[in-house]
Design a protein around this ligand. Structure first.
Ligand code: ADP
Length: 220
């Protein structure tokens, strides 16, 4: 599949988030060890991952037996039980896994995870809320990804008034400080388009820039 290096992952905690992460990685061709203390969660995913193991992830020996030390990335997707989430993050970090991604339910939780060495902290509920809100508030925004409090990537349907114009004519970078990363047209992607590329009606533009500028573009 492509030239992409395939990796080994462990996903610990197979709630809605963990299951979705494990399933997606597996479909991409990666090796996935999925772990949950709940037998039913493990069985539900068994056919879709490399190995599915029923174990309490607070048990270091059980994690070792599941082969956790071979993985490149461990994702701690335990949610509600913050104590278990923190403890398991600590254990997998101590087992020497290079990249540990942990799910946090709020900022305080995220701070603790950073202190104990989580390499990356994700806030799936909060981020999805932000994306859905932006999508709903503005009719033509299809996707919204926060890069920082000030910058985002958005996907918008090209407004009719820009159809037929080249990116050079639109001059978004000079006029708004917004760059066009890609143009999507009928399932095809034109990545890193140039000044001579023409925007057609119905195109989806993938833009990066300051939130203020992106909002202005959507209004104008
Ligand atoms: P989501 O919000 O993504 O659905 P949940 O918090 O509901 O996440 O689910 C977390 C999953 O983590 C559950 O399936 C639960 O059984 C599992 N889990 C919780 N504690 C442990 C633990 N100590 N070891 C392994 N799995 C655990």
């Amino acid at each position: 599949k492509g030239g992409k290096a395939l990796k080994q992952f462990a996903v610990i905690g197979l709630g809605r988030f963990g299951t979705s992460v494990a399933r997606t990685l597996s479909r991409m061709g990666h090796q996935v060890i999925a772990i949950d203390s709940d037998e039913a969660k493990v069985e539900a995913l068994m056919d879709e991952v490399t190995t599915a193991v029923q174990a309490d992830a607070r048990d270091e020996e059980a994690l070792k037996a599941a082969g956790i030390r071979n993985v490149d990335v461990a994702i701690v997707a335990i949610g509600e039980n913050v104590e278990a989430n923190i403890l398991v993050t600590l254990i997998v970090k101590e087992l020497g896994i290079k990249c540990v991604v942990a799910k946090a339910i709020n900022d305080q939780h995220g701070k603790v995870l950073a202190k104990i060495g989580a390499d990356r902290i994700v806030y799936p509920e909060r981020d999805m809320g932000v994306r859905v809100a932006h999508t709903l508030a503005s009719g033509n925004v299809l996707e919204h990804i926060d890069l920082s409090p000030e910058y985002s990537i958005v996907e918008i349907v090209a407004p009719a008034r820009v159809a037929g114009k080249t990116l050079g004519q639109l001059n978004l970078r000079a006029q708004h400080g917004v760059s066009v990363m890609a143009i999507k047209r009928n399932d095809k992607i034109l990545a890193a388009p140039g000044a001579d590329d023409v925007v057609e009606e119905g195109d989806i533009l993938v833009l990066v820039g300051r939130n203020k500028a992106l909002e202005r573009l959507q209004e104008s």
